[in-house]
Design a protein around this ligand. Structure first.
Ligand code: GTP
Ligand code: MG
Length: 360
């Protein structure tokens, strides 16, 4: 399975992923599901020492463990995990894609963007079971004009990408979760009644994505507030920027000083949503034969190249046909292994409904 996170630089993607994984760390007695960092590309069991090393590498970046925020991501990173249920019942492997947020800021500026990175983004989106859209709650509550909120939170760019993606690859199955990070940082009125105001605003800001989820029968969508630090564990300072290079730049700096033991809030629901709905789709969606799937992907890749130069894909890479073949092999393997876990669907969706507001 593959999950891709999309969000502006500083929106909190890397922190969210570490928060979720440390909440669901193997051996955490509070949860039935566990998310276990793997060595890259391994299917076989690692030795005890290797397992420990992987965890050491991973935890180095987790707020709860290190007591500091993770470093900014300057290179898109693929984190391989395994998902287990009640220890030792492995459900599936999962690849979690953490895009360098900087990529999005420049995606529609040809002089600044990296074409290879863009190709990688499209490729990962094509293969993803779920897209996790990440936006900073504070930005949603701080600005008043809708165009400002969309501009500074990255929603404007993300709405365009998702729209583009839907047109390049119509009729596909997808799950989209909008995650509003740093929910601790908004005023109390935004938090009342399970963050009602914040979620309303999030749906307005990402209205084009919400509409796509509702329009496409094969898409599931939802929105969730999260915080990796929890309430009262952080001291936030907002400082106006001394010099603004451009009115397009965010006009303030935020500094979050960690002052208490982090208590991640809602992070595990990101996994429950993604896994629950992916399993449901594998079970319900009228099964395209693998050959048809391969053809569809190949066509999407080819069309992408002709529809718009930003999606040009193939240069210096395997052919569209080859990529489609590999991708369908992976999909087949996923479906085989995931369908053994059909019985988890209801549990995962029950968990999901507790905290995620679904777009139905
Ligand atoms: N108050 C609060 N601040 C947070 C939380 N999560 C992240 N932050 C702050 O946001 C900063 C950026 O978070 P990152 O996870 O590095 O953001 P990113 O989206 O990965 O950014 P790039 O790697 O540049 O794409 C952190 O260094 C913290 O200062 C949270 O739950 N609460
Ligand atoms: Mg990052």
């Amino acid at each position: 399975m593959k999950i891709t996170m999309l969000g502006y630089s500083g929106s909190g993607k890397t922190t969210l992923m570490h928060g979720m994984a440390s909440t669901l760390a193997p051996g955490n007695a509070d949860h039935d599901y566990a998310l276990i960092p793997r060595r890259k590309n391994d299917d076989e069991l690692a030795s005890f020492n290797e397992e420990v090393d992987v965890l050491v590498d991973f935890l180095e970046n987790a707020v709860e463990h290190a007591g500091s925020w993770p470093l900014g991501t300057n290179k898109t990173t693929i984190y391989p995990f395994a998902i287990e249920y009640l220890t030792n019942h492995k459900i599936t492997n999962i690849e979690w894609i953490d895009f360098r947020g900087g990529l999005l800021t420049h995606i529609f500026k040809p002089a600044h963007r990296d074409e290879k990175e863009l190709e990688a983004l499209f490729f990962h989106l094509i293969e993803s079971n779920a897209v996790v859209i990440v936006a900073d709650s504070y930005h949603l509550s701080h600005f008043t004009r809708m165009d400002e909120i969309r501009h500074f939170s990255g929603a404007k760019t993300i709405n365009m990408i998702m729209n583009r993606f839907d047109r390049v690859y119509p009729n596909r199955e997808l799950n989209v979760l909008i995650v509003l990070t740093k929910a601790d940082s908004v005023d109390a009125s935004w938090k009342e009644e399970n963050y009602q105001l914040l979620l309303d605003k999030g749906m307005e800001v990402f209205d084009p994505v919400v509409k796509l989820c509702r329009k496409n029968n094969n898409w599931n969508g939802g929105i969730l507030p999260i915080s990796v630090i929890g309430e009262q564990n952080v001291e936030r300072k907002i400082m106006p920027k001394a010099e603004l290079n451009s009115p397009m730049d965010i006009p303030f700096l935020a500094e979050d000083k960690i002052i208490g033991l982090p208590q991640p809030f809602n992070t595990e629901y990101v996994l429950y949503f993604c896994l629950g709905f992916s399993l449901l789709q594998m079970k319900n969606v009228t099964k395209e034969s693998i050959a048809d799937y391969q053809k569809t992907i190949e066509k999407a890749l080819q069309d992408a190249g002709t529809l718009n130069s930003i999606w040009s894909f193939v240069r210096g890479k395997p052919s569209a046909a080859e990529i489609a073949r590999r991708s369908s092999e992976r999909k087949k393997k996923d479906e085989e292994s995931l369908l053994q876990f059909e019985s988890h669907i209801e549990t995962l969706l029950d968990y999901t409904r507790k905290r995620v507001r679904l777009f139905v």
